[in-house]
Design a protein around this ligand. Structure first.
Ligand code: NAI
Length: 339
């Protein structure tokens, strides 16, 4: 079966890391072709739109998209394309696998966890009200249906990926109504999966546990705000945002994205680290059913980074974008050859 995937290269270093990623996917020889649909600052200049209609048309045709980082100009009234795509395609599950890569973050070896963050509600609905000059309110919305579907996504993933434990993270001792409803909805789903261990923990304690010993955590199931914060915290444990992939999954659409920004300070210099984008493409091909090739890409990255001579500039190493990409491809082909 052939797969046509929408590729939004993005702004800044986006085109460079997208090119690197496409070369790795080409080396897999999988039947994947790209429909490249620019969006962001480049199309704002050329077409007067941050998100040309062609992007939506392409996503709606292909249903699977992979995107690089997009700049969100501050204070210019542009809406974040990331948020817009999540809302438009009801991408309710933000999934962030976090895994230690070789020895690049020596304080935290052996991390292998996955965050399932509810992506559509909570304090991120933009329901804010200025009451007076001295008072503002933000409304936190939690529904049983949205909580149930993210919980189902997390438990289904646990079963499929042979994971042992799901940890439900809330602050239900304080926000008894909203977080209480999230917890209650997750517990109801947990009861349907007796083979998976369910743990419950408060967000503050979760942060403590993660920085003390993140290897004890398996799958985290949580609300939008807590998930947002935990995602970056966990990325920091394994070397930063340049080393973690991400996906936003819905019923009908899937959007895979590298979660770091556009790195405007190094854009065009050929030194961007494509690792997150390549790991994101591995996540995407796994979603398409190519487990073996996805694992080989991940393993190839582990192999390459096990030698500090292969470190990229952001890790104070010698390799640029093209060089690290060719090392990853070499390691991939070696793994494929021995299998
Ligand atoms: P950033 O992630 O672009 O950069 C922070 C630092 O990390 C910079 O020093 C940068 O050079 C470095 N860095 C990031 N990714 C790298 C990579 N792959 N290789 C090597 N170094 C890398 O964050 P910043 O500066 O806060 O944001 C810049 C722009 O990116 C903003 O317009 C922001 O809105 C956008 N952004 C987009 C995101 C997305 O589309 N998912 C996520 C975060 C920010």
């Amino acid at each position: 079966m052939k797969h046509l995937i929408t590729l939004i290269p993005g702004d800044g270093i986006g085109p460079e890391i997208s090119q690197a990623m496409m070369e790795v996917i080409k080396a897999t020889e999988l039947p994947i072709t790209w429909e490249i649909t620019p969006a962001g600052l480049s199309t704002l200049e050329s077409e007067g739109s941050l998100i040309p209609q062609s992007v939506f048309d392409s996503i709606e045709r292909n249903r699977i998209a992979l995107k690089g980082p997009l700049a969100t100009p501050i204070g210019k009234g542009h809406r974040s394309l990331n948020v817009l795509l999540r809302k438009k395609y009801d991408l309710y599950a933000c999934v962030r696998p976090v895994r230690s890569i070789a020895n690049i973050s020596p304080k935290f070896p052996g991390v292998d966890l996955v965050i399932f963050r509810e992506n559509t509600e909570d304090l991120y609905m933009g329901l804010e009200e200025i009451i007076s000059e001295d008072e503002a309110h933000s409304i936190k919305v939690i529904t049983r249906s949205a909580s149930t579907r993210i919980a189902k996504a997390a438990y289904e993933y646990a079963v499929k990926e042979n994971r042992k434990k799901v940890t439900i993270v809330t602050k239900a001792n304080i926000m008894k109504a909203s977080d209480g409803l999230f917890l209650e909805s997750c517990r109801a789903v947990a009861a349907l999966y007796p083979t998976i261990i369910t743990d419950e923990i408060l967000i503050d304690n979760m942060c403590l546990q993660l920085v003390v010993d993140p290897t004890r955590t398996d799958i985290i199931l949580t609300e939008n705000l807590y998930g947002d914060i935990l995602s970056d915290l966990c990325a920091g444990l394994v070397g930063g945002l340049g080393f973690v992939p991400g996906a936003n999954l819905g019923q009908d659409f899937a959007l895979f994205e590298s979660v770091h920004g556009t790195a405007p300070d190094i854009a065009g210099l050929g030194i961007a680290n494509p690792t997150a984008m390549i790991l994101t493409s591995a996540m995407m091909i796994r979603h398409l059913g190519y487990e073996k090739e996805a694992s080989w890409i991940e393993e190839a990255i582990q192999t390459v980074y096990s030698d500090p001579n292969n470190y990229t500039k952001d890790l104070q190493g010698p390799l640029n974008t093209v060089e690290i990409t060719s090392e990853i491809i070499k390691a991939y082909l070696a793994l494929k050859g021995v299998s």
